[in-house]
Design a binder for this molecule. Structure first.
Ligand code: FES
Length: 162
């Protein structure tokens, strides 16, 4: 019969089995805690990447848009309007409280569903509580492509002549 290490007391096989089981349980718990701590530490050391929204992008070639066409790009939150004078890119975000406006082709106008503001196809306020026209955005022709920069607001009369 094995002896207890410290007290030299005989220990039964049943007692040894229980001690082995508890030792394994504690060892397993410490292993799980150590692995968990290691994973969390590695995740902490890896920098979090913030993907910024692209603010300058191509809209297409001028010939892709007919004169009089209003193109609503909801994912980009903007309108591209082609008139006889040229192209205008403008924000689709209502100047009242920031709702997303919608183009109503039947009415030939832009409508805000939140509080009923209305805008002309050029973005001028024609009704409702909106205090300002829809802001026009910088638009340029680069390499045969229309390129908009949503960070740059331009004058309300800006038109890109093509
Ligand atoms: S947010 Fe558009 S009318 Fe109020």
């Amino acid at each position: 019969m094995p002896l207890h290490d410290d007290l030299k007391i005989p220990v039964s096989e049943e007692e040894l089995s229980r001690r082995r089981f508890l030792g394994g349980l504690v060892g397993g718990a410490l292993t799980v805690a150590g692995v968990g701590t290691g994973v969390v530490t590695l995740e902490y050391l890896e920098p979090n990447v913030l993907f910024e929204v692209e603010t300058r992008f191509k809209l297409g070639r001028p010939d892709d848009f007919a004169v009089g066409q209003v193109t609503f790009l909801p994912a980009r939150k903007l309108y591209l309007v082609r008139s006889a004078e040229g192209f205008v890119a403008m924000s689709a975000v209502c100047t009242h409280l920031g709702c997303m406006t919608q183009w109503e082709s039947a009415a030939g106008a832009i409508f805000c569903p939140c509080h009923g503001s209305r805008f002309s196809r050029e973005g001028k306020v024609t009704g409702g509580p909106a205090p300002r026209p829809l802001p026009r955005l910088a638009l340029a022709l680069e390499g045969g492509q229309l390129v908009v920069d949503t960070r740059q607001v331009v004058a309300d009369d800006f038109v890109l002549k093509v």
